[in-house]
Write a protein that binds this ligand. Sequence first.
Ligand code: ITT
Length: 187
Amino acid sequence: MKTIYFITSNSGKVLEVKNKLTNLDINVVQKNLGYPEIQSNKLEEVAMFGAEYVQKRFKLPFILEDAGLFIDSLGGFPGVFSAYAFHTIGCDGILKLMKNAKGNDRKAVFRSIFAYAEPVKKPVLFIGECFGTISDKMRGSNGFGYDPIFIPDRFNKTFAEMRTSEKNQISHRGKSLEKLIDFFKNI
Ligand code: ITT
């Protein structure tokens, strides 16, 4: 069994990834090394910078992931600032900012970028998106982060009202992870 380190502080992410990679005989081990998140409005740049930073310091194969919730009527906020916004204003604060938003103004997209890196080679990125809307109030207790306020398109429940397996089938991370898995199958 091959071991791949997941450089993250977020055990919710590890849970979502572990099951799928175990099926490929890959053991995922969480490593909370931390890495700088540069100021850029593109998650791809944040993930690539983070991966190259870790690569210089950690000499084993690893993955990391950057995700964000981009709300149309807030000009993409919290976007690349999703972690900061979550720890400061949280889901409640986002709902307050959106209290007068109706219909299309509640549209949002979750984006996820995985980076896979091993020594010497350029890190490789895998992108996934999930479109949806922001709910009127927090609903559900599963998952993490903004899950209680995000309703994916074609559903009438939030991510936090879904089981992890159900969320994984449609989520941004589920999609970027599928691409990562295809990559692993071919190396
Ligand atoms: P890392 O150590 O992996 O960076 P993090 O929790 O800081 O963990 P991100 O920067 O990628 O993760 O995520 C930005 C924020 O978006 C963070 O507050 C998460 O809780 C939230 N988030 C990311 N993916 C999510 C998901 O699938 N559902 C709900 N919220 C999510």
